[in-house]
Design a protein around this ligand. Structure first.
Ligand code: 3NM
Ligand code: MG
Length: 511
């Protein structure tokens, strides 16, 4: 049977990491949580102690049908009949270890660059441990911190000759970054086969819970790109699918979970109801665990961010990322204050957003290219030319491997691969509060029901929203922003209600 490297536990017996817990119990709990392979790593014990502990750990891993590897000590592996060893660059050479342990043993080798990777691969290693990915207190004096860029280089390099060689990444990996590492490191034809951790499980108060959470994140990594991206390039192809997506939304009545600002809670709930979604305005992060299981989508709108709110956002993000539930990020007023700029950084490093939606200033801030201080939370004057705007959304989407929507008179939508402009909407949307925020709510509802192509889901949302605005503004009873709001809800409702009758006439207005 092929070895499962997906959640690879490396042990550590130092008090700083293990604390006063008992290592065999921690390993047992981790296996219960979903660890698939264990490496016993102990840099200080003598051979007799290594053998004693190795035997205890082996009894546990065998019970769970999981291989046990020994770090560095080939003799210990041989003595206890472990399934293999893991060798660092300064340990025994691969050929000697192979001679001692035989052809069936699993021998893994650490690699931090292309040269080491090729050497290990051509020497017959069974897998590569690639790192150090991020700086980690668990292993000081690591050779080099390679990040996802270094990891991608190695994967790319071995993807042709050693396409099948399993790889795991190690170093500073935990529940906030493993999904990102898995899908951002993917090079053509070669991704990671597993994530190796020490402290994320060994130092956790509850190692079983910690392992189970990592397990869920690994099992729910968002797709790198839409599987449908290639066939969904042409505008006509995209538009032709929108009526059925609107219909799907109405039939599914998806939960649309909004963590949004004080100003727009009521309006956002009304918009969600009008389009046929089921809103819940829940700002307490702890609730997200239960809500994420209901198959809906989450909007994180930081319009009135507070320190407590930020903690709530991050725990909700975690909950949705764990089950692969879509999240739309609305970085309201991102560049306006230092607090908001930091909040953006915190959120972006805490997990994965499927869609980021903002005006030009906000997108610039998220990208890290904002120069001046933004005035308020309104959109501000436009500064750059069309090509520059296309570059912005494309760059951010490619970097984050998600979908970016930059709103303005013209809207720019990109998944890094495909980029489109949308000319719909009406000036009244700029004269009422919460139009941007409720666009986020609308798109999130579409993300919940159409996971095959996130860009298309976002396009469906923005077209329904902006065309409804045009319809409302054109009504005789609409005299200005005040009368526009109820008419807008009506038109959203009409598009939604007509969807079941297969009426897609409204889409003719798409520009
Ligand atoms: N090997 P944590 S980094 C054991 O780069 C080990 O080869 C590394 O610990 C390498 O998951 C590392 O706590 C420690 O960051 C990883
Ligand atoms: Mg070593």
């Amino acid at each position: 049977m092929a070895t499962d490297y997906s959640l690879y536990l490396v042990t550590d017996s130092t008090p700083a990491i293990l604390g006063d817990k008992d290592l065999p119990s921690v390993v047992e709990a981790a296996l219960q949580g979903g660890v698939t392979i264990v490496q016993y790593r102990d840099k200080s014990s003598d051979t007799a102690d290594l053998i004693r502990m190795g035997e205890r750990l082996h009894a546990i891993t065998k019970k769970h049908n999981v291989p046990l590897l020994i770090n560095d000590h080939v003799g210990v592996a041989q003595a206890i009949g472990a399934e293999g060893v893991h060798l660092g660059q300064d340990d025994m050479d691969l050929q000697t270890a192979r001679r001692i342990l035989g052809p069936e043993a699993i021998i893994g080798v650490s690699a931090s660059n292309v040269f080491e990777a090729i050497e290990a691969a051509s020497g017959g290693a069974n897998y590569l441990g690639i790192g150090t990915l991020y700086a980690t207190p668990t292993k000081e004096n690591t050779k080099s911190i390679i990040g996802t860029a270094g990891l991608r280089d190695i994967l790319q390099f071995i993807s042709k000759p050693y396409h099948k060689l399993p790889t795991v990444a190690i170093g500073g990996l935990n529940d906030s970054n493993i999904q990102r590492v898995i899908f951002q490191s993917k090079s053509p034809n070669k991704g990671l086969d597993g994530i190796a951790v020490v402290s994320a499980i060994i130092a956790a108060a509850d190692p079983e819970d910690a392992a189970a959470a990592l397990r869920r994140l690994i099992d729910n990594v968002p797709p790198t790109l839409s599987p449908k991206a290639n066939e969904n390039q042409k505008v006509e192809t995209l538009l032709s699918q929108i009526p059925s997506i609107v219909k799907k939304l109405v039939q599914a009545n998806p939960l649309c979970h909004n963590m949004t600002n004080l100003v727009v809670q009521n309006f956002a709930a009304n918009v969600a109801l009008s389009i046929g979604a089921s809103p819940i305005m829940a700002n307490y992060g702890e609730e997200a665990k239960d809500l994420a299981r209901l198959g809906g989508a989450l909007v994180i709108n930081m319009g009135t961010v507070t320190p407590e709110g930020l903690l709530n956002y991050t725990s909700a993000m975690r909950a949705y990322n764990e089950v692969g539930g879509p999240i739309l990020f609305d970085p309201v007023g991102a560049g306006a204050t230092e607090v908001r700029r930091r909040a953006v950084k915190t959120l972006m490093s805490n997990g994965y957003f499927n869609v980021i939606k903002g005006n030009e200033n906000e997108i610039l801030t998220v990208l890290g290219e904002s120069t001046g201080q933004q005035k308020g939370v309104d959109s501000g004057a436009s500064t750059s030319e069309e090509a520059e705007k296309v570059r912005l959304v494309k760059t951010l989407a490619a970097r984050e491997r998600n979908v970016v929507l930059m709103t303005g008179k013209t809207d720019y939508l990109s998944d890094g691969d495909r980029t489109y402009t949308i000319q719909n909407g009406h000036a009244y949307l700029g004269r009422i509060t919460g139009s941007g925020c409720t666009l986020g709510t609308t798109i999130a509802a579409f993300l919940a029901v159409h996971k095959e192509d996130r860009l298309l889901a976002a396009l469906a949302g923005i077209l329904m929203f902006e065309i409804a605005a045009e319809q409302a503004a054109a009504r005789d009873d609409v005299k200005g922003p005040g009368t526009f709001v109820p008419a807008f809800l009506d038109q959203l409702y009409h598009i939604s209600a007509d969807a079941s009758e297969d009426n897609s006439g409204w889409l003719k207005a798409a520009k």
